[in-house]
Every structure is written in structure tokens, then in C-alpha cells.
Design a binder for this molecule. Structure first.
Ligand SMILES: Nc1ncnc2c1ncn2[C@@H]1O[C@H](COP(=O)(O)OP(=O)(O)OP(=O)(O)O)[C@@H](O)[C@H]1O
Ligand SMILES: [Mg+2]
Length: 275
């Protein structure tokens, strides 16, 4: 199986003794869209921080392209060029004084010249609606603006794997739409995209694969439609059934569509089934 990231018996505890991940075994397929879901505190953000080496597990391993993560500073720098992460809370990742400096930080570290970096900053800023904010001090931004700056800082580096911890959080409808468009663009370029979300309708429509966490344990890692047809697991993991799946089951029960009809991911798929 072509896993770009894999974990084996991954266990992680915080310094205060809080155990956050227990024996997590998951695989992320190259080029796929994977959603990591689970209730608040189930371990999604902790897992993400393990996948790009920020959290070092006390037990178990994380593999990138079949190799164990090298936790030396050189090893981690290399890993982070390939695996970028946009944190859930933008305040955790913005350090520089101006927006421009913040977006430039990773690029300059990677060895791009100032003019090459400026070129890339221009294009990502246009895309993320940040052009008017480039010279502003970061502390003077709204939550949504900070979130877009943190997205820009990672996306501009075009890592092979991009992890987005609740990318829609803090964003209004217009900016959320832009961000999801960019994420779709990343997938189309063949990038591996991993997202955490609490929106089950979005996950059904977007994800190829899903990892479900419950109380720090991975209770499912597989195809999206297999998860959403498994009522017991949804209940056990405290997850909502997407509206489309509810409607699909109701139409089967009423005999409107056949039992083995393909599982719809969105309203268009559902419409096709009843045409
Ligand atoms: N810095 C920390 N120090 C100590 N415990 C932590 C820390 N961060 C998270 N935890 C604990 O680890 C567990 C997993 O938290 P985590 O943030 O990974 O959950 P999550 O699934 O991302 O939740 P959410 O949906 O709220 O973002 C929780 O019990 C949480 O209280
Ligand atoms: Mg989280």
C-alpha cells in the first residue's frame, strides 16, 4: 500500500502527564484527501503535531515515505519542507512583526532570494485576499485575517503533504470558500491533503479516506463511505450522520432507490440516484 505517512503504536503524553494518543496505527495515502475527525479532545491536533515532528512520541513511530522520522534539527527541517502544517489556532504560528515578514519566513529559510520570495508572496496574497494587509503588524489583525496569514505562510512553500487543522475556523463564508478552493487546487496538483473538521457533510463530500479518533485511539482508518454507512461506529465515536446519508437511507427504506445504490457524497450525486 502506498502510504506517504504511517504511524505505528503511536503514544503521546503531554508534560503534565495528560495522555493524548494511545497505540495509534494509521496510514495516509499519497495524493489522497484525508479527514481526521473526532470529538473535542479526541487527539486530532496532537496527532497532527506528531506527523510533522513537533511532538515526539514517547512510544511508537511515525514514518514519512517509509522512513522513521529523524528528530535531529536537520532531519526535522527536511521533514517540514515536505510536511507543512497550518495550526488550529493562528496565534500559535505567527511570530514575525509584519504579515509580509511572516509569509516570507519559511521561503527565506528554504533558500529563496528576497525577490523570489516577494514574487511568491504577491501571488499567494492575491489568492488569499491579503494584499492590503502585507505591511500591517500581525498583532493588529483579526482572527480570520491571522488564520489566512498562517495559511499563506504554509501554502506558499508548496509542501508535498499539507495538514490543515480546522481550516475553516475563524473564517467568514467568503474567505472559507476561497480557502477550500485553494485546498481543492492543492489536491488537483497531486498534493496529499489532511484536514481536521467537525462538519460531517463537508467530510463526506470532500474526503477520500477518514481517520476517526476517540479518546486518543484511532477507531477507524478507511474509506469515507464505509465509515458513514456504519451507524454503530458513528454512535460510538460521537459523530453525526451527514444529511445526505440520512436522506439516502430514507430513500432506500421507502423503496425509491435500490439497496445497493452507490453512496452519494453530495446533493448532485443524490439527485442522480432518483432521476
Ligand atoms: N498543551 C497541552 N498540554 C496538556 N494537555 C493537552 C495539551 N494540548 C492538548 N491536551 C490534551 O490532549 C488531549 C487531546 O487534545 P487535542 O488538542 O489533540 O484534541 P483535538 O481532537 O484536536 O480537539 P479539538 O476538536 O477541540 O480541537 C485532550 O485531552 C487535551 O486536553
Ligand atoms: Mg484540535
Amino acid at each position: 500500500m502506498d502510504y506517504i505517512i504511517k504511524t505505528q503504536d503511536l503514544n503521546y503524553s503531554y508534560h503534565n502527564g495528560q495522555k493524548a494518543l494511545f497505540d495509534v496505527d494509521i496510514g495516509i495515502k499519497s495524493g489522497e484527501k484525508t479527514a481526521v475527525i473526532g470529538h473535542n479532545g479526541s487527539g486530532k491536533s496532537t496527532l497532527f503535531l506528531c506527523l510533522n515532528g513537533i511532538n515526539k512520541p514517547q512510544k511508537g513511530d511515525v514514518f514519512f515515505k517509509g522512513k522513521e522520522i529523524d528528530y535531529s534539527s536537520k532531519g526535522l527541517l527536511n521533514l517540514r519542507r515536505s510536511v507543512g502544517i497550518v495550526f488550529q489556532n493562528p496565534d500559535d504560528m505567527i511570530f514575525s512583526s509584519s504579515v509580509r515578514q511572516d509569509i516570507a519566513f519559511g521561503l527565506l529559510n528554504m533558500g529563496f532570494s528576497s525577490s523570489q520570495a516577494e514574487e511568491k508572496i504577491k501571488s499567494i496574497s492575491k489568492f488569499l485576499n491579503l494584499e492590503n494587509l502585507l505591511d500591517k503588524p500581525v498583532h493588529a489583525l483579526s482572527g480570520g485575517e491571522k488564520k489566512r496569514v498562517s495559511l499563506a505562510g504554509v501554502m506558499v512553500m508548496e509542501p508535498e503533504v499539507i495538514i490543515l487543522d480546522e481550516p475553516g475556523a475563524y473564517l467568514d463564508t467568503v474567505n472559507a470558500k476561497t480557502v477550500y478552493k485553494i485546498i481543492e487546487g492543492l489536491s488537483q496538483k497531486g498534493k496529499t491533503v489532511i484536514i481536521s473538521s467537525h462538519n460531517m457533510d463537508f467530510v463526506l463530500n470532500w474526503a477520500d479516506s477518514v481517520v476517526v479518533l476517540k479518546d486518543g485511539k484511532a477507531v477507524f482508518c478507511g474509506r469515507t463511505e464505509d465509515l458513514f454507512l456504519n451507524n454503530e461506529l458513528l454512535k460510538y465515536a460521537c459523530l453525526d450522520e451527514p444529511q445526505i446519508i440520512k436522506t439516502y437511507k430514507m430513500l432506500i427504506n421507502k423503496g425509491v432507490i435500490k439497496i445497493n445504490s452507490p453512496v452519494p457524497k453530495n446533493i448532485t450525486d443524490l439527485e442522480m440516484l432518483i432521476k
